[in-house]
Design a protein around this ligand. Sequence first.
Ligand code: SAH
Length: 349
Amino acid sequence: MQDLRSMTEAELKTAAQELGQPAYRGAQLFDWLQNKKIRSLDEALNLPKAFREALRQHYALSTLTLHTLQVSRDGTRKYLFELPDGQAIESVFMPYDYGCTVCVSSQVGCRMGCRFCASTLNGLSRNLLPGEMLEQVFRIEEETGKRVDHIVVMGMGEPLDNPDNLIRFIRLISDPKGKNLSQRNITVSTCGLVPQIRALAEEKLGITLALSLHAPDDELRRTMMPIANRYTIAETLAACDEYFEKTGRRMSYEYSLVRGSNDSEAHALALAKLLKGRNCHVNLIPVNPVTERGFEASQEAAVALFQKTLEKNGINATIRKKMGADIDGACGQLRRRLMEQHASICGKN
Ligand code: SAH
């Protein structure tokens, strides 16, 4: 059954008419779903009971239920949400100076297999619906009582492995009749699915694209990210250049620093050479150690030198502020602990 929260106002108007209602009932329903954030059709009080009943018979309604909340000393809040089918996903709330940000998951699990990432350890379970991405933001606004005005799609999953639902989510959350969040305040991070980057450029969205680069050469990148076996860095950067040309949005490159692996001055110089002449920004992320992975974060001095070397060579770089380190910071770690608990309760461990 189609999910009501994943539908546009125009689609809901048509759906209303198909159920024998005037079109404006669909517009009212859109307002209930996107602005009043109802969890059940019973809350849509100005809709006729018969219409609500008919909707229930023909459609589903995505809702998330809070399972666990961890609050960090720095104000970061990490949520484990349960989906209607019993699956679990993580979302993070970060109260930055410039506004509240939510880190949204786009899939349950991930099939990209990056070596340092916890979200991919059990593979992909399923894609999230647009309504399930919206719900992460809505439930967090409800729980914190704060207005979220920035979104980073950097939670569990590879957003460009679920492109149709991702694009629909972006259009819905930026709909002037819905939450009306500026597309300029949305960042989508990808490990580098080249055809999907090119297709995204055609959508002409106002969002920022971030590419997880993590290494200045193909050989090293292949040891960290399986996707590097499919696309070379040269092909990937060409797609990113096209994204910039078509959208006018400056690219962001993410570089997770792993101690003794990709964090030397020579790596920084190679990275600066690689990105030279591009209007871009580099985000340095000291790797968040995941128990199962055995990677160690770079030392502070190495991170500082890396940044300085990039800046000296004309590449804009910032070190990502470490937030929520005391609360299972790395994506997918909270969910993994839940899965382990389930397994031990069921006697599988
Ligand atoms: N699938 C998307 C989003 C992943 S999460 C992507 O690959 O870009 C956002 C960023 O965090 C990515 O750059 C990802 O490579 C990085 N990341 C994942 N696990 C990490 C860890 N343990 N420490 C540091 N960065 C990590």
